[in-house]
Design a protein around this ligand. Structure first.
Ligand SMILES: [Mg+2]
Length: 258
């Protein structure tokens, strides 16, 4: 049986509306004996609440099965002095780092959402503060560098624009902690005690999910749900192991792969 790494947003649901057939697919994957881990670049919600929200829309998923970016940040930045521009809801997950307003040795950028808080977190004042810290020698980290995310009203601008802006201004490169970083996939495989070759990454994002997993040697399943766009797929040059209509088709397809 395989280790299956599953993206959440756009794969299990879009704006909290389950993808048709997704709850049943997760159940069938478990019944077939596959080991599951859910990898999300969500940056607005602590892990316990994320699990709760998934259960509320019908997914039988435990908190410990979720792999999130704030937890990856806590591991990577433990003991460091960090200027964190993140949503307040995830601050409780940034354990072990010292959060500071100045004199940081790392600047951490979180993700955006459509709330007013995003406007405050990524205000000119805060970005200018972050820039000053980078100029003074702090290293730049981001939970992810996603360009946009899919909502039921269409695509919305994500935090990648702010990360790229600071990289440009400070002439530096951010270390990405979530997908598509190799460390994030490695942590998921370790949690399932699996090698890349015995695993699958299932996602809707050609860059973060598919290209990222491929660079780590993991076979991939791209789904035509969530943020999938045929023209982006054609232009990307990235080719997954298989392209399926949705996660609903995954259990049956995997059964043909023994
Ligand atoms: Mg996704």
């Amino acid at each position: 049986m395989a280790a299956i790494l599953i993206d959440i947003d756009g794969v299990l649901h879009v704006s909290n509306e389950p993808i048709p057939g997704a709850t049943g697919a997760v159940r069938r994957l478990r019944e077939s004996g596959h080991r599951l881990r859910f990898l999300t670049n969500n940056t607005t919600c602590p892990r316990a609440r994320l699990a709760e929200a998934l259960r509320a829309i019908g997914f039988d998923i435990g908190e410990e099965e979720l792999q999130t970016t704030p937890r990856a940040a806590a591991r990577a930045l433990a003991g460091r002095r960090v200027l964190a521009l993140t949503m307040s809801a995830i601050v409780e997950e940034l354990e072990g780092m010292e959060l500071v307003g100045e004199g940081a040795d790392a600047v951490l950028l979180g993700g955006a959402d459509e709330t007013e808080e995003t406007g405050r977190v990524f205000s000119y004042m805060n970005l200018a503060r972050a820039f000053a810290e980078l100029e003074a020698g702090a290293e730049l980290y981001c939970l992810h560098k996603n360009r946009w995310w899919q909502t039921k009203h269409g695509p919305l601008l994500d935090a990648g624009a702010f990360v790229a802006g600071l990289e440009y201004a400070a002439g530096t490169h951010a270390t990405t902690l979530g997908k598509p970083s190799s460390a994030f996939f490695a942590a998921a495989l370790e949690a399932l005690d699996s090698d890349p070759g015995q695993a699958w990454m299932v996602g809707d994002d050609i860059e973060s999910d598919i290209r990222g997993a491929q660079l780590h040697g993991i076979p991939t399943v791209l789904l035509r749900t969530g943020k999938f766009r045929p023209d982006t797929f054609d232009r990307s040059g990235v080719r997954p192991t298989v392209l399926l209509s949705s996660i609903a088709d995954l259990p049956e397809w995997l059964a043909t792969q023994r």
